[in-house]
Structures are given as structure tokens and as C-alpha cells.
Write a protein that binds this ligand. Sequence first.
Ligand SMILES: *Cc1c(COP(=O)(O)O)cnc(C)c1O
Length: 455
Amino acid sequence: MTARTPDGSDASAPGGDGSSADPVVRRTDDWDADRLHELAAEHDTPLYVQDLDRVRENCERLLAAFPDADVRYAVKAHTGRAVLETVREAGLDAECASAGELDRALAAGFGGDRLHYTAVNPPARDLDHVVDVADREPDLTITAGAVDTLDRLAERGYDGRLCLRVNPGVGAGHHEKVRTGAAPKFGVPYDRAARIAREAAGRFDVVGIHAHAGSGIDPDQLDSHRELVSRMGELARELIDAESDGDASARESDPLDLEYVDVGGGFGVPYHEDDEPLDLPAVAEATRDAVGDLPGLALAIEPGRYVVADAGVLLTRVNTVKPTPGGTVVGVDAGMTDLLRPAMYDAYHPIRNLGGADGEPAPADREETAVTVAGPICETGDTFCTNRASARPARGDLLAVGIAGAYGYEMANQYNSRPRPAEVALADGEATVVRRRERLADLTTVERESAEVER
Ligand SMILES: *Cc1c(COP(=O)(O)O)cnc(C)c1O
């Protein structure tokens, strides 16, 4: 469906008012405050709000910047059914990191030819399941990054589509915990990759090579992205053209019939209010340049957060305001169990005070103060920000924690016996509860069921 501006013109067409209908980033300030207040009043807090229209815009922007590439959504950023269906309808494939993600993608209607499963030290149970799925969906592609994993797939009788994950020796990312490109955990070493790929071709239908540098292709990290991509281009050319290989033993092998070179995800989003958004066309051009000529091969990319991050906010209510000599501590009803990224990665999320406290002026009319926004969990790390300049908060205010649509609900957990929050999806402005708020009874479901089994 095409977005329409109020005057009926096509918002996404060149020359239309594309800039306001589909900005390159939706900032936390761009959300309609009244609508967020309504949603919080109706569904209570903490509450995730995910705008499917924005998800679709992000998909369309990626497809426009990479018109000839296979664009695969890294499902782990947000696995909600409504998000997966939106992404599928927009035309992206699904990149799954576990048996559970694969099942979610299947349930959301992705056919085997649009499913990719990337195994990192896959548990036996996952491999059994994925090989079962591949029996029914022979167009599914499995990506493996260790010779052991290839052996384990062969032991299970798998001989289908296979992509080799390569460790390119370069990494990028917003935090060392997500820089995967150079971490030995991921992929086979670059200088052994050609040999391993050729050996694998005797057992599987080797269709691609893959590398993922980590998360955070940012304007200042494009060089390492370029280096990764150019290495992958070189490797692909070596594999499809055995003649050009100087190695005598390799020359005897047939060229591989590769379909694609997958250079991973990690497309950055501007978490800070003053971060520049990624210049996607420039990244696309740099990627095409770096990969070089790929006769007959497609380029593939796997964005996760880029698709969903700025489509989501987490709404939380202020329940305590405590002045201290070290600044004002603002207690809210969401914590690290709802949004783990600040505690886990020191991640920055914008926080917008939407006001709403009884008898208080609008936040814009209050004095500025340094605030530490903290959750209800008994952990020092359970803070969303420390001493950040903000309008003086008051008990009852509603806060929107922004750019929370990726790895937000997805990483939510029940630590401190906290039920997980609710999530509503917006489509054409209509809100639907897509994950109801967990109840206290949900916390003990597994224990109660186990007790029944024992009895
Ligand atoms: C996590 C992951 C991605 C997506 O990373 P983003 O930073 O969300 O874009 C892509 N590919 C693989 C293999 C991943 O593990």
C-alpha cells in the first residue's frame, strides 16, 4: 500500500513529500504525545508500542537503497508475529538464529525459499528440528560457521542448501559484546574458508558465503564494513573461478556454483538525539564498490535493528522522585527486565518526558535538572540513564524510552519475578494488543506444569 499525503499525492514517489512521510529516522520527539498518553491510559505501563507502518517504511527504504540485493531481516531484533508478517509482506526474507525463530518465521508465512537459518554452536535439539523443517522445506538455506557443524548436519542426513559463514577478521559494532566479525566464535577462519567451502561442496549444495561484522555500521565505521565486504568479494571470486586459484590442489576442484555473498547486518540507527542517521544510499554504494564485480552472484544483507528500532518506544510511568546530593533519582515502573540494553551494553536510549503528572505544568515549562532514571530491580545496573539533563520529572509523568523497537521486548525477561510488559502494535494508527501483559500467575506456569507431570 502506498502512503498518501493529505492532498492525495503519493508520499513515497520522487517529488512527493517523502521527507516528512518517510523520514530516514523517526526520533522519539516525533511520536504523537497524545496518542502515547491514550495508549498508556488504556493498556497501563510498562508498555511497548511498535508501529508497523514505520517497520514497513524501513523495509521499503532498505529495498530502495539495495535494489538488486537479497534483503533478509535478522529476526532476532524483534520476533513479534505482526512485525514478521509486515516484513514478509514488504518483501524481505527471514534470517533466523534458532529453531524457535525458524518456527516463528514459518508461522508468519515465510516459505522455505525465503528462510535462512544461521547456526552458531547449534544445540543438537535445534539441528534436529531444522533438518526436519528442511525435509519439508527443501529451499531453506542453512548457514554454518564450523566444520563440526557441517559434520553434524551431514550426520543427520542433511545434503541441502548450505552457506558457509566466514570469519573475515574485521569487526565493527557499538559495543565489544556485539562485535562478531573478528571474534573466533563466529565463522571459519578466512584463510581456510576456500578449502572448507570446496570440501563442503562434496556433501552439500553450497550456495553462498556469509560474514557478519557485528552490530553498528555507523557513519564512522564504514571503513571496516568496506574491508569486510571487499574480502568477501575476493573470496567469492576465488570460489566461482577455480582457474584463478594459484593453489595446485584447488585448481583440480570445480568452480562452486554460488548464488550469493551475504555481508551481514549491523546497519546502525541513531540512538542519540544528535546522531546522524545512516546515509543508506552511501552505504549501499560503498558496499557495491567494495564487493567488486560478482558475475552471476547476488549481494545479500541482513539488517535487524534498522528495520524495527525506531518503530518502537517503551512507555513507563514515574512512581518515585527522590532528590539526592548526587542528583534526582527518578523511579519508573519499567526496568532492565523490560529493556536490557542499557544494563547490558551501556546503551543510550533517548528518554522523553511526556508529562501528565497531576497539577504539574507541561515538561517544556519546567526547569531543567540532572536525572538518573532507575527501574524497580535490585541491581545497580538497573538504570536507563545517569545524570542526564531533563525537564524536572514529577510522580505520575509518562516517559517514552525511545528507539526501543529492536532487542527491546526481545530481551525482556522475568528476573526478580517480574512479569513481562504488554506490547501493542499500531497499524494505520489502530492499536492492537499483540502480547498481553504477563500476570503473576504466568511466572509459575512452568513450575506448576512440572508438578503436574510429577504427580
Ligand atoms: C544479529 C545478526 C544480524 C543483525 O544485526 P543488527 O545489528 O540487528 O542489524 C545479522 N546477521 C546475523 C548473523 C546476526 O547474528
